[in-house]
Design a protein around this ligand. Structure first.
Ligand SMILES: Nc1nc2c(ncn2[C@@H]2O[C@H](COP(=O)(O)OP(=O)(O)O)[C@@H](O)[C@H]2O)c(=O)[nH]1
Ligand SMILES: [Mg+2]
Length: 257
């Protein structure tokens, strides 16, 4: 169901000393980002040297989940606590995350792949290309079959869109094929992967895509693209709230209402 994963590149060996591929995993809370990361670590650990950065608002829960899953040595999984605005830490001011990624790369050099999990936000949060080289956006069938049609920068322009938990389709009355077709239509042919951790064939496709991307990165053939900023949105607060805009060309704005 994934659009063709090209063959790994042949040709001259890549230059030595290329830094790790930094791959973001974004998407709404509960769609399966941590599970996707756990799966990749488990499946690829014997082929790639991997580190993980998680982003949680107030806790290090995702990091603890991944450490307890035992998919990587615990010290290779580090948490960034983002405070109230998790999309800011992956989009507007990526300093905290960038320092965490660079420290991890320095401490466990040479790493091949650093996976960065977003804080789990709404449908429109995306990573800045200043933080990651490529990004996966994760939806799940339990969120409803029409989610893919709603679009947004992550759904439309992430390097890979995952429609996750396809094993649940029949239980939540979602037509998975239709959902994947809608997602593909929203992406102008960019890849969509129907995934379930209970379906080894789909897990294999996920791993093949990540290995292919890593090869592209090594050979200097991957061009990072920016899916674009999230739409302005309202943050409710006691006594009111504010509109929060993530405009690429302007300062990160908080407009009181
Ligand atoms: N049925 C099913 N459940 C899944 C799958 N992947 C993840 N889950 C469950 O979905 C829930 C949320 O997963 P998690 O990875 O924590 O989501 P995150 O908030 O996006 O990081 C957990 O209860 C997982 O066990 C899947 O492929 N199939
Ligand atoms: Mg998580």
């Amino acid at each position: 169901m994934i659009s063709d994963v090209p063959e790994p590149l042949s040709g001259p060996a890549p230059r030595a000393g290329i830094r790790a591929l930094r791959l973001g995993v974004a998407g709404p809370v509960g769609t399966g980002k941590s599970s996707v990361i756990a799966t990749l670590c488990r499946q690829l650990a014997d082929r790639l040297n991997i580190g993980v950065i998680t982003n949680d608002i107030y806790t290090d829960e995702d990091a603890r989940f991944l450490r307890s899953a035992g998919v990587l040595p615990a010290e290779r999984i580090r948490a960034v606590e983002t405070g109230a605005c998790p999309h800011t830490a992956i989009r507007d001011d990526v300093t905290m995350n960038l320092i965490a990624v660079e420290d991890l790369e320095a401490d466990f050099a040479p790493l091949d792949l650093v996976l960065v999990e977003s804080g789990g936000d709404n449908l429109t949060a995306t990573f800045s290309p200043a933080l990651v080289d490529a990004q996966i956006f994760v939806l799940d069938v339990a969120g409803g079959g029409d989610v893919a049609r709603k679009g947004g920068p992550g759904i439309a322009r992430a390097d890979l869109l995952i429609v996750n938990k396809i094993d649940l389709g029949p239980h939540v009355d979602v037509d998975v094929e239709r959902m994947v077709a809608d997602a593909t239509a929203a992406r102008d042919g960019a890849p969509v992967l129907a995934l379930s951790r209970k379906r080894p064939d789909t897990v294999e496709r996920l791993c093949a895509w990540v290995l292919w991307l890593h090869q592209q990165h090594l050979h200097g053939q991957h061009v990072p693209t920016d899916p674009g900023p999230m739409a302005p949105h309202f943050h409710a607060m006691p006594g009111g709230g504010y509109v929060h805009a993530h405009d690429q060309d302007s300062e990160h704005e908080h407009t009181p209402r």
